[in-house]
Ligand binder design. Structure first.
Ligand code: GLA
Length: 399
């Protein structure tokens, strides 16, 4: 009886502690920062080096007006080329394209969104602008002062430092790389502002093994994506096997979305969005949000696909079967449901079958097609769908 009562009080205490607000540092450490894969927009894929303050404000306005914000796209991330010179005290400033970063952050926040920024552990970013080398704490403090909520930290010229300091010693170079990320992680923690930490070093040294240890909330697993089916599919389908490294607070990042940039067909963009959702990948739109057609909007804003990506269990999906160019991927969802994607990587439409027992179901299954929005009713044993060339059929299966 006494033991039972003790157990009750322990449970009550745990409940109270769980409800109490935790400090930002505790957030960053407990993994509740980026509890689901980060969603938002990033300037690079469309604007690259041309991005300005006005473009970012236009993206913010479009995120609100289109309903993207309310669908979960929260981060507005400025990529490379915002950086100006350091002042006499060594503080980083923004260049003439971004006249007042604090004012921009205030604008982003006033719309219920969060601001992301970009730097490098090296002396120069990939586009040749000043990086954070030797100024890590100072830069973290500046970001916090501006109100930055997300940092993408891109290896770039730090690769040169590694080679110079440990020539020919790959192991030592990898250790230096990890230490550089850990250094910025500590600097961010010291600001006491919750800042999502996005590692960008193209997957070197199997980053998924050590990304969480250096505070990464997400880590790029590959080189850069571009707006082509070939590159997107090579990157996306090469994520097979990485599911066990993802968890709430720590995500594999196969790079940002190209949906809406114009060089893929609607079927190919639906493949892109479906695969990223199955992968529990960060969903960072990379198009010009101020000029979106209905197809782009319907793909980025498919609430069912977003729900697959953002499922609260945070289990990354993986490949279950591949027969030549025909692949079946599955992601477990809360409540015992499963998202199942039938991908056709071939050059012609083709029927693909999913056996429910391969997805872990016995008995009848309820199915919904998440792109047509159709309820497929109760099904027995298997389902066959005609899948277009480079296309996908995305299903939600439940008991
Ligand atoms: C690297 C990154 C890209 C982008 C550019 C900016 O190539 O992988 O995502 O940030 O740098 O220069």
């Amino acid at each position: 009886m006494r033991i039972r009562r003790l157990g009750f009080f322990a449970l009550l205490l745990a409940g109270i502690l769980w409800l109490l607000p935790s400090s930002p540092t505790a957030h960053a450490q407990s993994g509740t920062l980026a509890a689901t894969p980060p969603m938002g927009w990033n300037s690079w894929n469309h604007f690259a080096g041309r991005v300005t303050d006005a473009d970012v404000r236009a993206a913010v306005d479009a995120m609100v007006a289109s309903g993207m914000r309310d669908a979960g796209y929260i981060y507005v991330n400025i990529d490379d080329t915002w950086e100006g010179q350091r002042d006499a005290q060594g503080n980083i400033t923004s260049n003439s394209k971004f006249p007042d970063m604090k004012a921009l952050a205030d604008y982003v926040h006033s719309k219920g969104l969060k601001l992301g920024i970009y730097s490098s552990p090296g002396p120069k970013t990939c586009a040749g602008y000043p990086g954070s080398y030797g100024h890590e704490q100072q830069d973290a403090n500046t970001y916090a002062k501006w109100g930055v909520d997300y940092l993408k930290y891109d290896l770039c010229s730090y690769g040169g430092i590694m080679k110079k300091e440990a020539p020919g010693d790959q192991q030592k170079q990898w250790e230096m790389m990890q230490a550089a990320y850990e250094k910025m992680h500590q600097a961010l923690l010291n600001t006491h502002r919750p800042i999502v930490f996005s590692l960008c070093q193209y997957g070197f040294d199997a980053v998924w093994n050590w990304g969480p240890k250096v505070g990464g909330n997400l880590w790029r697993t590959t080189g850069d994506i571009n707006d082509s089916y070939d590159r997107m599919s090579v990157i996306g389908f090469a994520q097979a096997g990485l599911s066990k490294y993802a968890a709430p607070g720590h995500w594999n990042d196969p790079d940002m979305l190209e949906v809406g940039n114009g060089r893929m067909t609607p079927d190919e963009y639906r493949t892109h969005m479906s695969l990223w959702a199955i992968l529990a990948a960060p969903l960072l739109a990379g198009n010009d949000l101020s000029k979106m057609d209905d197809t782009t909007l319907s793909i980025l804003m498919n609430k069912d696909a977003i729900a697959v990506d953002q499922d609260r269990l945070g289990i990354q999906g993986d490949r279950v079967r591949a027969v030549g160019p025909f692949e079946v991927w599955m992601k477990p969802l809360a409540g015992g449901a499963k998202a199942v994607a039938l991908f056709n990587r071939s050059e012609a439409e083709y029927p693909i079958t999913v056996q429910f027992k391969d997805m872990g179901f016995s008995g009848v299954v309820h199915a919904r097609d998440l792109w047509s929005g159709k309820d497929l009713g109760t099904l027995h044993g298997s389902y066959t769908a005609m899948v277009p060339r480079h296309g996908v059929v995305l299903l939600r299966l439940s008991k």
